[in-house]
Write a protein that binds this ligand. Sequence first.
Ligand code: ATR
Length: 289
Amino acid sequence: MEIRGTTRVCGLIGNPVGHSLSPLIHNTLADLLNMDMVYTTFQVESGCVETAVQGAYALNILGLNVTVPHKQAVMGALADIDELAKAIGAVNTLVRTPQGYKGYNTDILGLDRQMRDAGIDIKEKNCVILGAGGAARAIAFLCADKGADSVFVLNRTVQKAEDIADSANTYFGRNVVKALAIDCFADLPVQDYVVIQATSVGLYPNVQDVIIEDGTFYERAAAGIDIVYNPAETEFMRRMRFAGKPAFNGMKMLMYQAIAAFELYNGISVPKEAAQKVYELLERNFQNT
Ligand code: ATR
């Protein structure tokens, strides 16, 4: 990669940012597609987000990704916010417009593309989401937006699941998201559901951990996606496969959220072959760790 006077800068704001795979993904895409763009990370302290965004705009920075802990706070610094991202209450991508940055949530675009790749169609199907943190909230909105029949949010602290259900049902104007205590999974009134494991349970080094141990939960499912991608096969995925069901880790969600951001920054669409190359690179990256 050659950095010239014309090279546009994109980057990630968050804290911490040192572990991020986004530079690897974006710089590989820029290389593969001959884009005159470079991507780096910016560690931004809490309380400095608005200043950082204003400074980035003044510096003609083309686009930014936003990660923990700034996905909510950044919303106050934007000229415009995509409608679904606003309803979710979290933005992870800022795209430059003549008025200022516009905020999007490409985490959910990433999961949507991953599901399409895997042949999982949730329209008029039932979804089960494990967890009720920020990721679970965004995923519940995605499932409802894609026309799922019912979306069950299962959480240890049921109040948090109820909060997600209340805001999603108000936004979509139908009683689509339902809350349930995780211990009550046997009371799910549906089966053949698509499960999305949306907590950090099972993440390296706690690779033996899983939120639900009972095999019947997995036998009643149709397919499962874990947002965790390290290890490549989580305990959740292992149990899903043991029950004979397809299971996927969160690597493609990670990759596609970056690809969706790259497309929004540059106004292009990334060809399948380039996505495949990035995916292979990410897989190799984890084989080496
Ligand atoms: P996010 O990054 O998505 O915002 P988070 O806010 O840290 O993640 O949320 C983590 C989720 O994992 C929460 O739903 C949490 O359950 P509680 O709301 O009851 O705390 C869930 N979680 C974390 N560890 C868990 C465990 N050991 N068993 C069950 N649920 C767990």
